[in-house]
Ligand binder design. Structure first.
Ligand code: SAH
Length: 223
C-alpha cells in the first residue's frame, strides 16, 4: 500500500514536470505545435537508466552509456524547429545517442537515417525503437562525419555532437534547398549552433545560438 502511494506520488511529480517542461519550451521560443505535441507525447524515461527515471521530464541533459548525454529537451526542440522538417522529407541524424532525438524526428519526417559511433549506443537505441515500433528509422554503426553516401542526398541533416568545423562530407550529401543544423566549435570553449542552407548550388551559413555538446569524434568504437 505504502509502495503504491509512493508510485502515485512519483508519477504525479513526473506529470507535473512534463507540464512544466512544455511551458518552458514555449517560453523559450518553441512555437511549432507539432514539435510541442511530439515532445509531450514521447516518454523520455525510456531513454535513460532507471535511476534517472524521475528526472526524465526535467529540461536538462542527462548522462547515458559510454560517457555520452541525452540532449536537453529544449535543445532537441530548438534544433528540430530550426531544421524545418516536413512529412515528405528524409533526414540524416549524426549521433544517435539514446535515440530520443531520433524518435522526435521520426514522428515528423518521412524517413530518418541515424548514425552512431559507439556500438553499445547504436544497438541499444535500435532495440528500444524497435520495441516502440518506430518503423521509419534506419540505423548505422559508423562514423557519421562521413555521412551515409548510399542514402544521400538528404533533405535535412542534424548533427548532435560538436564539430570542429562544418563537415564537408555532410554539405556534399545535402540536397538542393537542404538545411543542416550543426554545433561548431572547440570542446570546453564557445560552441555555436549553425544553420547551413544549400540554395542554387551555394552554401549559406547562419549562426543561431551558443550551445554545449559532446564532441564529434572521428572513427568508430567497437564496444
Ligand atoms: N541526440 C542524442 C545526443 C547524443 S550525444 C540524444 O539526445 O540522445 C551525441 C552523440 O554523438 C553521442 O552518442 C556520440 O557518441 C555521437 N557521436 C560523436 N561523434 C560521432 C560520429 N563521428 N559519428 C557518429 N556519432 C558520433
Amino acid at each position: 500500500m505504502e509502495k503504491k502511494k509512493f508510485h502515485m506520488k512519483a508519477n504525479s511529480d513526473i506529470n507535473e514536470n512534463k507540464v512544466n517542461l512544455i511551458l518552458d519550451l514555449r517560453k523559450n521560443g518553441i512555437n511549432d505545435p507539432e514539435i510541442l505535441r511530439v515532445i509531450e507525447e514521447i516518454d523520455r524515461s525510456y531513454f535513460v537508466d532507471s535511476h534517472l527515471y524521475d528526472k526524465s521530464n526535467l529540461n536538462t541533459a542527462l548522462p547515458i552509456d559510454c560517457g555520452q548525454t541525452i540532449s536537453q529537451p529544449l535543445i532537441v526542440a530548438l534544433m528540430t524547429q530550426h531544421l524545418e522538417v516536413k512529412n515528405n522529407m528524409r533526414v540524416l541524424e549524426v549521433g544517435t545517442g539514446s535515440g530520443y532525438q531520433t524518435l522526435v524526428l521520426s514522428k515528423i519526417a518521412k524517413f530518418v537515417y541515424t548514425i552512431e559511433r559507439y556500438k553499445t549506443l547504436h544497438q541499444k537505441a535500435k532495440e528500444l525503437l524497435k520495441i516502440i515500433k518506430a518503423k521509419n528509422i534506419f540505423f548505422r554503426h559508423g562514423d557519421g562525419g562521413l555521412g551515409w553516401i548510399e542514402q544521400a542526398p538528404f533533405d535535412r541533416i542534424i548533427v548532435t555532437a560538436c564539430a570542429f568545423e562544418i563537415p564537408n562530407y555532410l554539405i556534399d550529401q545535402l540536397n538542393e534547398d537542404g538545411i543542416m543544423i550543426v554545433p561548431v566549435g572547440e570542446i570546453h570553449e564557445e560552441q555555436v549552433l549553425k544553420k547551413v542552407k544549400k540554395y542554387k548550388g551555394k552554401v549559406f551559413v547562419e549562426n543561431l545560438e551558443k550551445v554545449r555538446f559532446v564532441p564529434l569524434i572521428e572513427g568508430i568504437e567497437k564496444k
